[in-house]
Design a protein around this ligand. Structure first.
Ligand code: NAD
Ligand code: UD1
Length: 337
């Protein structure tokens, strides 16, 4: 049985992927410093899967600790990192330290332990303002903030390592907008403080924690004037990692967009959430948010063709599952403490 070393495995996307890995017969070691997650997520993964996970609390910048922990693993899925775009603008050093330096230390540890396969979490934010739609993997790269730049720097670092060292295999996955939760409502996204992203904000308005949603702009050149994004169910995203893992061989470097290929506007999201959950979402239109792009959605044909993967879950599932998670866990993972 293969052991997969999952950095950031207690986090939002990591926890859903770990669950699928266990259900697919892999052994999993999670390495996470719990800076943006809770051990409770790991307990729930174990409960849902009926299998145990080895959890190691640690920082990816602690090279020796990572190298020790890596022993016996056949591949790394690397989710660990910081991801708030606004914070990356005000505190870029945190992003270059955690994401860029952290990944470099992880790569050094992999070299020491002779683990040569990695799946890396990249982001659609590296494309910047789309020059054409849908966005394919050849689209020019132009990140507009330090978070996006940290992700692109890492893609380049991985490419350089691949080009000069035989035997490495890298799968780079550029996620569009992951939302939703496991259908059990046991694991999901647990943002700290007031959420920045649309879906967590909507679920907190729905639960009465926040009074109304602010819709950032209705004067974009889109059918209803509000921003359009490619929202993807986190379980579909997790399945994409399984397909990528199966494809990693002893010498490969691949980049894939993971999205649905469909764009929905903010108002469409609100309406769908209201309809499927029978809840009213009060909102007001405010001015555009600085740095937002009008429209973004993926060309997913490469992942379909080469990974045999496609997103199966629709927007209604995403909205229902996000709400179930919120209802069952009004205070996120702290609800069960
Ligand atoms: P998350 O914050 O829920 O998970 C990240 C995990 O990494 C957390 O458990 C955190 O405690 C851990 N971590 C952070 N820094 C660490 C460090 N130095 N050492 C060890 N552990 C550390 O985020 P997520 O939404 O699950 O995102 C996972 C990855 O996907 C990130 O790299 C993120 O940049 C990328 N990504 C996320 C999105 C998104 O919308 N959620 C979109 C594109 C890309
Ligand atoms: C943002 C990041 C992106 C990151 C992604 C997931 C920016 C510029 N980009 O993407 O790098 O990968 O989060 O973490 O920040 N909206 C509202 N009201 C709200 C929140 C959002 O109207 O309270 C709108 C936004 O204007 C946008 C859409 O909802 O049109 C989605 O926003 P969000 O969930 O923040 O994701 P992105 O901006 O696409």
């Amino acid at each position: 049985m293969k052991t997969i070393f999952v950095t950031g495995g207690a986090g939002y996307i990591g926890s859903h992927t770990v669950l699928l890995l266990l259900e697919s017969g892999y052994r999993v070691k999670i390495y996470d410093n719990l800076s943006n997650s809770h051990l409770e997520a790991v307990k729930r993964i174990e409960r849902l899967s009926g299998k145990s996970v080895e959890f190691i609390e640690g920082d990816i910048r602690d090279t020796d600790r990572v190298a020790n922990a890596l022993q016996g693993s056949s591949a790394v899925i690397h989710f660990a990192g910081v991801k708030a775009v606004g914070e990356s603008v005000s505190n870029p050093l945190k992003y270059y330290d955690n994401n860029v330096l952290g990944t470099i230390e992880l790569l050094k540890a992999m070299k020491q332990s002779e683990v040569k396969k990695m799946i890396f979490s990249s982001s659609a934010s590296i494309y910047g303002n789309p020059q054409y739609l849908p966005i394919d993997e050849q689209h020019p790269i132009n990140p507009t903030n330090p978070y996006g730049r940290s992700k692109f720097m890492l893609e380049q670092i991985l490419r350089d390592i691949y080009d000069t060292n035989r035997g490495y295999s890298f799968g780079i996955l550029r996620y569009f907008n992951p939302i939703g939760a496991h259908p059990s409502g046991e694991i999901g996204e647990d943002p700290q403080g007031i959420p920045n992203n649309l879906l967590p904000f909507i679920t907190q308005v729905a639960s009465g924690k926040l009074d109304k949603l602010r819709v950032f702009g209705n004067d974009y050149d889109t059918p209803d004037g509000t921003g359009v994004r490619d929202y993807i169910h986190v379980m579909d995203l997790a399945e994409g990692h399984l397909r990528m893992l199966e494809k990693l061989d002893d010498n490969s470097f691949d980049i894939y967009n993971l999205g649905t290929g469909r764009g929905y506007s903010v108002l469409q999201i609100i309406k769908t959430f209201e309809k499927v959950n029978g809840i009213n979402i009060p909102y007001e239109i405010v001015s555009r948010r600085a740095g937002d792009v009008p429209v973004s959605y993926a060309d997913v044909s490469k992942a379909q063709k080469e990974l045999g993967w496609r997103a199966k879950r629709g927007l209604e599932d995403m909205c229902k599952d996000a709400w179930r998670w919120q209802l069952k866990n009004p205070k996120g993972y702290r609800s069960s403490m």
